[in-house]
Ligand binder design. Structure first.
Ligand code: NCD
Length: 304
């Protein structure tokens, strides 16, 4: 029985295999629509979500399975004081696989140590978000056709942005990757990501506050939302929230084949005028998330 808590748990071969399954699902959807008949996915969301929860649910329905769960901590027994460990043990009696989002870093790991069914981390606090990275990887594959020799700009809240931490971890395993880390100084990438991921893998990176200056060299620009819910005081959030707003003028020096990504939800980070630029990939990225979650569910349930 296997869970997915951190993207590093998947080998490069397994990532390739998930991507190939997702591409086959896109090409031959009818081959897959009975694969999870009789299986149940439990979505345990202790934090708000639109894409992650609904794409997990859509993924399970498109595989012919069923879904149960909750979308607010207040409607579950955690509001009565039940521990994550007990909740995980209980849900193991009712479902075949769990997708869990939680504001506390490490909560899905605790769930996986107590569940008797696979647990997928659907976002734990400001830490990790491996299934968003699966969506990101399929997007990069479909848009760029490769995972090596790419200069990747990550812009916005690199401190609390869990999608950024997981994406850096995944991309640091490929050759010829350079990261340009664009953020206000207060929202720079955490020290542990630098030492344990970037430095450990000998990855080239620069930190800057200048989005426009970085633009010409980027193959991928990954914009992120300032993570309001992780701030200790509102004043800091209000001061930092609109640090970067990507508009068409800022793209004037960008490569013609730049791939603009964003895990969404967007607040102000990308002007809606950018949406119709052919370089905008973020809505397609959200769709790719459903296919990768389908591939992941099949893998964790051991279904061929
Ligand atoms: C992200 C998350 O929850 O971390 N959203 C998502 O799952 N696509 C990004 C965010 O909330 O800013």
């Amino acid at each position: 029985m296997r869970s997915l808590i951190d993207i590093k748990e998947l080998s490069l071969e397994e990532l390739d295999s998930l991507i190939n399954t997702a591409l086959d699902i896109i090409a031959n959807p009818s081959k897959y629509n009975e694969k999870c008949r009789g299986k149940k996915l439990a979505t345990l969301f202790f934090e708000p979500s639109t894409r992650t929860r609904l794409s997990f649910e859509a993924a399970m329905y498109e595989l012919g399975g069923n879904v149960l769960g909750f979308s607010e901590a207040s409607s579950s027994s955690s509001a009565k004081g039940e521990s994550v460990a007990d909740t995980a043990k209980m849900i193991s009696c009712y479902a075949d696989i769990i997708a869990m989002r939680h504001p506390k870093e490490g909560a899905p790991l605790v769930a996986s140590m107590n569940a008797t069914i696979p647990v997928v981390n659907a976002g734990d606090g400001g830490h990790n978000h491996p299934t968003q990275t699966l969506a990101d990887l399929l997007t990069i594959k479909r848009k760029k056709g490769r995972f090596n020799n790419l200069t990747i700009g990550l812009c916005g809240d690199l401190k609390f942005g869990r999608t950024v931490h997981s994406l850096i971890s995944a991309m640091s395993r490929y050759e010829g990757i350079k990261f340009v880390l664009i953020s206000p100084t207060e929202l720079q990438i955490p020290g542990y990501v630098k030492t344990e991921v970037l430095d450990k893998n000998g990855i080239e990176y620069v930190e800057t506050t200048d989005l426009v200056g970085a633009m010409p060299e980027l193959d991928i620009l990954y914009m992120t939302r300032v993570q309001k819910e992780r701030f200790f005081n509102e004043e800091d959030y209000l001061r930092l929230k609109d640090s970067y707003i990507l508009d068409l003028a800022k793209l004037s020096n960008a490569k013609k084949d730049l791939c603009i990504m964003h895990p969404l939800p967007r607040v102000n980070e990308i002007s809606v005028k950018v949406d119709s630029d052919p370089r905008a990939c973020y809505f397609e990225q959200a769709l790719n998330g459903k296919y990768m979650r389908m591939a992941l569910i099949l893998m964790l349930l051991g279904i061929k």
